[in-house]
Design a protein around this ligand. Structure first.
Ligand code: G6D
Length: 336
């Protein structure tokens, strides 16, 4: 057996699923369809609860969506309202007057049924959730299937999303995992980014301003950037948000970030990834392990607020009768 299940809360049906071999170990929970930990050769590469922490309480209190499946809609929808097919929909205003990550009843709060398929070297956890329009005020009831597949040989975690809706709606899910490849709990400044960083500027309210992008590599005249280069760039957008919190255009399907020892490769069928570097920390865990620039997210998704930027052409529109399907994987590679 390459996995085990620990019951975290019997009444609420919340479990912790660990998939492991001698090289790596990954932990998932059906509470918010989260990744809880990922250890490669005993080194944790993501941010999450410490060994002795109460896992459920940790996620209930943590405001940064650590490891969670986020949806229906990742990112902010301006003024928490949008129009679709000539109808106006009003969502919950849970981030000033805006809607962030689908509202307070989003997928990150769900407890889902799941089944496990064990093929020895590849273990898949398949979660199913029904979301009602009454839960989050988006149109349509949606049936969602999220699969977390872990390939022990490749050290590769793949997320597959599938959804259908009873009415035309918006669906733009992602996972909010934070990576830090360092051995000690340092900042991510030393990580190198092997792709161009071409981002969409934000307005003061953190909503995407327009589709006119800024390329940090061009601005700094550097082929390869580290996070330190970005933090020290002096670019107004980076200063304003104390780091990056922007959708980045993907020029190809893979996106790579490394330190001296490890590399993470993301592969996705999405055209954008929101890169967020934990810019302002005002909540901490008991061991005080969370700090500014202590991790980065790779939120593969459609551009937040695409419904206002692109109207009827927004990629996040899910028509009733159609099936949403998308896949993103993260692989850890050893450099030496
Ligand atoms: C997202 O872009 C947002 C951030 O602004 C927010 O603080 C975080 O989620 C929790 O990445």
């Amino acid at each position: 057996m390459a996995f085990n299940i620990e019951i975290l809360d019997e009444e609420k049906n919340i479990d912790l699923i660990t998939i492991y071999d001698e090289n790596s170990e990954i932990k998932f929970t059906n509470f918010g369809m989260r990744i809880v930990d990922w250890k490669v050769h005993n080194r944790s590469v993501i941010l999450g609860p410490n060994e002795n922490e109460d896992v459920i309480r940790y996620y209930e209190e943590n405001p940064y969506f650590f490891g969670a499946t986020v949806g229906r809609y990742g990112g902010r929808i301006e003024n928490a309202t949008f129009e679709l097919n000539g109808q106006t929909y009003k969502l919950e205003q849970n981030d000033a007057q805006h809607n962030l990550h689908g509202g307070s009843n989003g997928l990150n709060t769900s407890v889902s049924d799941y089944e496990i398929i064990n093929e020895d070297e590849v273990v898949t956890v398949i979660y199913t959730v029904d979301m009602q329009s009454d839960d989050d005020y988006f149109p349509g009831d949606i049936q969602i299937k999220v699969a977390h597949r872990y390939d022990l040989t490749q050290m590769m975690w793949t997320i597959h999303y599938e959804a259908t809706s009873t009415e035309d709606t918006l669906f733009n899910p992602m996972n909010h995992v934070y990576f830090n490849l360092n051995r000690t709990n340092e900042t991510i400044e030393n990580h190198t980014i092997h792709n161009q960083i071409e981002f969409y500027p934000l307005k003061e309210n953190q909503i995407v301003k327009s589709l006119n992008t800024v390329n940090i590599n061009d601005e700094l005249n550097k082929d390869i950037l580290t996070f330190k280069d970005i933090f020290d760039s002096g670019l107004e957008q980076i200063e304003q948000f104390n780091g990056i919190d922007h959708p980045v255009k993907l020029e190809n399907t893979s996106f790579n970030i490394s330190n001296d020892e490890l590399e993470i490769e993301m592969q996705t069928d999405q055209d954008h990834v929101v890169l967020f570097t934990l810019n302002d920390v005002d909540w901490n865990d008991e061991a005080n392990t969370i700090h500014e620039h202590g991790g980065f997210t790779l939120e593969a998704q459609a551009i937040p607020d695409d419904i206002h930027l692109l109207g009827d052409k927004a990629p996040s529109i899910l028509r009733s009768g159609k099936t949403y399907s998308s896949e993103t994987s993260y692989q850890i590679k050893r450099k030496k």
